[in-house]
Design a protein around this ligand. Structure first.
Ligand SMILES: Cc1ncc(COP(=O)(O)O)c(C=O)c1O
Length: 362
């Protein structure tokens, strides 16, 4: 039986033969003279100081150790997880790859549920793909029935859970209902960039049952490694076979793969867990302190490393914080988030300073 992915994929991608980079082609030998690298580069040794390796060779086509380590990390949660994985340059690249793999420019639409992460629409725009917006409900949950109506016209549905900028998780029953309804029409992408901060179950356990479910993860948030640009795209083989055609020749730099591998070691994972616990503690303390402030109308529940706050209409919190040197994220452009500001949870010291600045708002 044809997979959904094979039915959706545009002909141009179907016919595309992946770029045959030297690493992808591989080979056997002791002299590697196939990639126009600088072989004798001893004089540049200093540039790689602090690392065991030199960087004169192109990296692996995809760093298998890193991908395998990430799968092992996921299997701590779902022991029998059966999925393919690729390492990507941050979750953002995964979003872009999916749009370019499965959408026909000038014809298709993706579905998103605002307020949500801005890159889904941006990637669609950049590829001349329409965005069908089905706003979240007042309690920031999915409008399941409305989404269902749009499924037949949409190769991709992007969900974000926990969601940025609202901070909450999407109800799993709704996700399952949509997975059931979309089997013949739409690949469902769940962006779990903030999953480590959430007490809710990830959608990983649904992957074996729903081959049209795609999950995006990142090392930029709980792992604290935004600068290395490393994320992961998990999907069934029937989906990955097409995504793989568009992957850049050498997407992941060696230093990135090395650092990611360390982060995914047992020591790395336990450090990440400590950082996450610490952050959640700081968030709870900060949230508690916010409840005493008159300028605030509502503090939204957060399962992420930020808090969304609604201020009294008369107070321009974003501007006033900015004037005190504290840069936050203004959400005023979102109709559902008038007077809201999103504040990332930093160190206890940073949050104390922010709290003192918030006390001065008027
Ligand atoms: C929901 C969501 N997805 C993806 C990203 C991007 O992650 P990355 O740094 O891995 O590209 C962000 C960054 O803020 C995000 O909020």
């Amino acid at each position: 039986m044809d997979s959904l992915a094979s039915k959706l994929v545009p002909q141009a991608v179907e016919k595309l033969i992946p770029y045959q980079s030297a690493r992808r082609l591989g080979g056997n030998g002791h002299l590697w003279l196939n990639a126009n690298e600088l072989e004798d580069c001893a004089q540049y040794g200093d540039l790689s100081k602090g690392s065991n390796d030199k960087y004169n060779r192109y990296p692996d086509f995809l760093p298998h150790d890193t991908a395998a380590a990430y799968i092992k990390y996921c299997q701590q949660e779902v022991a029998n997880l059966d999925t393919e994985i690729i390492t990507v340059r941050g979750a953002d690249e995964a979003i872009d790859l999916l749009v370019r793999t499965f959408c026909h420019p000038g014809k298709d639409q993706i579905i998103i549920c605002p307020p949500t992460y801005g890159m889904y629409e941006f990637c669609a725009d950049s590829f001349a793909v329409q965005t069908c917006k089905i706003p979240l409900t007042d309690d920031f949950q999915l409008n399941v029935e409305e989404i269902k109506q749009q499924l037949p016209n949409s190769p991709l549905l992007f969900l974000c859970s926990p969601n940025n900028p609202t901070g909450n998780s999407i109800n799993q029953a709704d996700i399952i209902s949509l997975l059931e309804a979309s089997k013949e029409t739409t690949l469902v992408v769940i962006d779990e960039a903030y999953i480590e901060f959430s007490e809710h179950q990830s959608a990983l356990h649904l992957m074996n049952k729903y081959p049209h479910l795609i999950i995006i993860r990142t090392l930029s948030k709980a792992f604290g490694l935004a600068a290395i640009r490393c994320g992961f795209l998990l999907a069934d083989q029937s989906v990955m076979t097409y995504v793989n055609r568009l992957v850049a020749p050498y997407p992941i730099a060696d230093p990135t793969a090395e650092i990611a591998l360390k982060a995914l070691s047992d020591d790395g994972l336990s450090l990440m867990q400590q950082q996450t616990d610490q952050l959640i503690e700081t968030k709870q303390w900060f949230k508690q302190q916010l409840t005493y402030l008159d300028s605030i109308l509502h503090i939204y529940d957060s399962e992420t490393n930020f808090i969304l706050i609604k201020f009294k209409e008369s107070i321009d919190a974003y501007q006033q914080l900015s004037a005190q040197g504290i840069v936050t994220r203004n959400q005023a452009h979102e109709p559902a988030l008038m007077d809201c500001v999103r504040i990332t949870i930093g160190s206890k010291e940073s949050m104390l300073e922010t709290l003192n600045a918030l006390k001065k708002l008027n």
